[in-house]
Ligand binder design. Structure first.
Ligand SMILES: [Fe+2]
Length: 168
């Protein structure tokens, strides 16, 4: 929920036409984790726990363990469900695609990074951004944007927690 909200916020800061798509991409970005939890419960849950404990991003842990990851699986699932190709690509590339080529995917990555910094998310999130926001940082100062995102998530923390409690 925080990633969706922040994705829309960042899209607004960047004056993107695709703020609704960014919101949707933020909402669905980690749907692949739900698939992995559902289909690999005995091996995936321990990975979540070790990722959290060792602060190792889930994306890398998944890739080294399964030779795939939640971004690829999420993109595959949304494609199967006939979601628009741009949304599929934003979800599939939210941990890195062609640098600077997919701005909505970078928006989601930044929103995900900030959300994890604020204490939200499953397992450990992205731990660096320096080479992953080339498209965004052509348009705006990255550190100022991160600061405004952290301020935004703190202002909205109670709403985010409320929605998270409702969804379980
Ligand atoms: Fe992710």
């Amino acid at each position: 929920m925080s990633v969706a909200m922040l994705s829309e916020f960042i899209a607004g800061k960047l004056n993107l036409d695709s703020s609704e798509e960014c919101y949707s991409a933020g909402l669905f970005h980690d749907i692949g984790k739900l698939v992995m939890i559902a289909y690999l419960p005995h091996t995936y849950q321990p990975l979540v726990e070790s990722s959290t404990k060792e602060k190792t991003p889930m994306f890398g842990v998944e890739t080294s363990t399964y030779e795939t990851n939640h971004a690829e699986i999420g993109g595959w699932l949304l494609n199967e469900w006939k979601f628009p190709e741009s949304l599929v690509n934003s979800v599939a590339e939210h941990h890195g695609g062609e640098d600077g080529e997919n701005i909505p995917a970078e928006v989601v990555l930044l929103a995900d990074y900030v959300s994890h910094q604020a204490g939200f998310g499953i397992g450990s999130g992205p731990n660096h951004l320096s080479t992953s926001l080339l498209g965004i940082t052509k348009h705006i100062d990255g550190s100022e944007l991160i600061k405004s995102c952290l301020d935004k998530v703190e202002r909205e923390r109670d709403k985010i927690l409320c929605v998270r409690d409702i969804l379980g």
